[in-house]
Design a protein around this ligand. Structure first.
Ligand code: GLC
Length: 406
C-alpha cells in the first residue's frame, strides 16, 4: 500500500456512452428516466473522434496526481476495451471502433503514473444478469443458478482479459451491493487478479474484502482511524459528462477538499467526465491545471506526508513528515494581523519557512514561564509577499519527532 498512501491524488475518469446525451451514467435507465433502448442508442454517437490519450495522461500528470482510475465498464455494461466477451463494447458497437483503454494505459505508464481500472461487477444490460432496472428483475439466483453461472463466466472472462491485457496496479470495483461475496466469487476474483502481481491493490467494493475504504462525495468529518482511505469526488455533481451540470466547485474549493484529505491521512480521487468525442470539458481542464500549479509548488507538503495534529493545537489542517520532525500548516486565509497561532508543541522549533517559496519566518512565543513545563503559544508571522493564492503552506522544523503537550 506504500505507493498508494504516499500518492495523495488520483484522477478518476468516467467515460461512456452516457456522455453522448449527457445523462446520468447507467442509473438513468435503471431509475427509469429514459427507456433502456434509448439509453443504449447513445452508443451510435460515441465517436471518440478527438480522443488523445497522451494529452489526458499529460494533463493528469500536470495536476499532480500519481495515479488514475478509468471506467472500463460501468453498470450499463458498455466495455471500453476490445473484449471477446459479451456483446456491447466500443470496438463493435460504436463509431469509436477501437480499444480505448489500451492507449490510455500505455500513456499513463509513459508518464510514470499508476494504472487503476474501474470495473462494475453489476452489468444491467447483460441478458443473463439478474437485475435490469429498479422495477424489473430478470430472475433470482436461487431460481436459476445455471443462468447466474453463465453470467459469472462472462464477468470472470472479462476480468481475465483486463488482467492479461493491462495488469493494473489498482482494481476499483463497483456495483457489488447487488450480490454477496460468495455469489460474485470474490475470493476467486482476488486470486485471479493477484497472480504474479502480489502488490496489486483492491478498493473495498468487493463486499468488504478490499485494501482501503472508498467514501464517496462525503468528505469524512473526523480523521478516520489508521485505515487507508480515498475520497472519490466529482468536480460538479456528476461522474460522467452532463452538459447541463454547471455546478462546478472552484479550484479553491477543490483544493480545500484535497487539503482536508491530506490532513486526515487520505487520498483524493478527483473525477473528470470526458465528452463523447474524447475532449475534456474546459471547466474540468481548468481545475486540473490550477490544482497542478498548487501541487507542483507544494510537493514536499503533499506526497508521502502523514496525517496532521488535532485542531486543539492549530486552527486548521496540518500534516507531518514521515519522521514527524516537520509539521506542515496549511493556511487558507491570513489572519488580520498576519499571524497564525500554534499551541502546545513541546519541541524546540529550529526553523520555520514557507513551502515552495523559501521565505524564512519569524515567530514569537508567549505564556512560557520558567516554573512550568507548558510549552507556550507560538505566533508565526506570514509576510504578504509569501502568500499563495490558494493555500500558503508553512513548514515548522522541530528538534526531534513532534511532542504534543497534553
Ligand atoms: C456509485 C455509482 C456510480 C459511480 C460510482 C463512483 O457507486 O453507482 O455511478 O460510478 O459510485 O464512485
Amino acid at each position: 500500500m506504500e505507493w498508494f498512501k504516499d500518492a495523495k491524488l488520483g484522477i478518476f475518469i468516467h467515460w461512456g456512452i452516457y456522455s453522448v446525451n449527457g445523462v446520468l451514467e447507467s442509473w438513468s435507465f435503471y431509475n427509469g428516466y429514459l427507456p433502456h433502448e434509448e439509453y443504449i442508442k447513445q452508443a451510435e454517437g460515441f465517436t471518440a473522434k478527438k480522443y488523445d490519450p497522451s494529452y489526458w495522461a499529460a494533463l493528469i500528470k500536470e495536476s499532480g496526481a500519481k495515479y488514475s482510475v478509468i471506467t472500463t465498464k460501468h453498470h450499463d455494461g458498455f466495455a471500453l476495451w476490445k473484449t471477446n466477451y459479451g456483446h456491447f463494447n466500443a470496438v463493435q458497437n460504436s463509431p469509436a471502433k477501437k480499444d480505448l483503454i489500451a492507449p490510455f494505459v500505455n500513456a499513463l505508464r509513459e508518464q510514470d503514473l499508476k494504472v487503476g481500472l474501474y470495473y462494475s461487477l453489476a452489468d444491467w444490460s447483460y441478458e443473463d444478469y439478474t437485475d435490469f432496472t429498479r422495477k424489473n428483475n430478470r430472475y433470482s439466483i436461487s431460481e436459476d443458478p445455471g443462468r447466474w453461472e453463465q453470467f459469472e463466466q462472462y464477468n470472470l472472462g472479462q476480468l481475465r482479459e483486463l488482467k492479461k491485457n493491462f495488469d493494473p496496479d489498482l482494481w476499483w470495483f463497483d456495483g457489488d451491493w447487488e450480490h454477496t461475496a460468495g455469489e460474485w466469487k470474490v475470493d476467486e476474483i482476488r486470486s485471479l487478479l493477484s497472480e504474479g502481481n502480489s502488490g496489486v491493490i483492491f478498493n473495498s467494493r468487493l463486499q468488504g474484502s478490499g485494501d482501503y475504504e472508498t467514501p464517496e462525495i462525503g468528505l469524512p468529518i473526523h480523521r478516520p482511524g489508521d485505515d487507508y482511505w480515498e475520497l472519490a469526488m466529482t468536480m460538479n455533481d456528476s461522474w460522467g459528462y452532463q452538459s447541463n451540470d454547471k455546478n462546478y466547485k472552484t479550484p479553491q474549493q477543490v483544493i480545500d477538499i484535497f487539503v482536508d484529505c491530506i490532513s486526515k491521512g487520505g487520498n483524493l480521487l478527483l473525477d473528470i467526465g470526458p465528452k463523447a468525442d474524447g475532449t475534456i470539458p474546459e471547466e474540468q481542464e481548468t481545475i486540473l491545471k490550477e490544482l497542478g500549479k498548487w501541487t507542483s509548488k507544494h510537493r514536499e507538503a503533499i506526497y508521502g506526508v502523514e496525517k496532521g495534529i488535532p485542531y486543539d493545537y492549530f486552527y486548521g489542517p496540518t500534516a507531518l513528515s514521515k519522521d514527524s520532525t516537520t509539521l506542515f500548516l496549511y493556511v487558507r486565509d491570513i489572519p488580520k494581523d498576519g499571524k497564525i497561532v500554534l499551541k502546545g508543541i513541546e519541541n524546540k522549533i529550529n526553523r520555520i519557512f514557507v513551502v515552495g517559496n523559501g521565505t524564512i519566518l519569524n515567530w514569537e512565543v508567549f505564556c512560557k514561564v520558567f516554573w512550568s513545563d507548558y510549552p507556550g503559544i507560538t505566533y508565526i508571522e506570514i509576510p504578504e509577499n509569501a502568500i499563495d493564492p490558494y493555500y500558503t503552506v508553512i513548514a515548522v522544523q522541530l528538534e526531534g519527532g513532534i511532542k504534543l503537550h497534553e
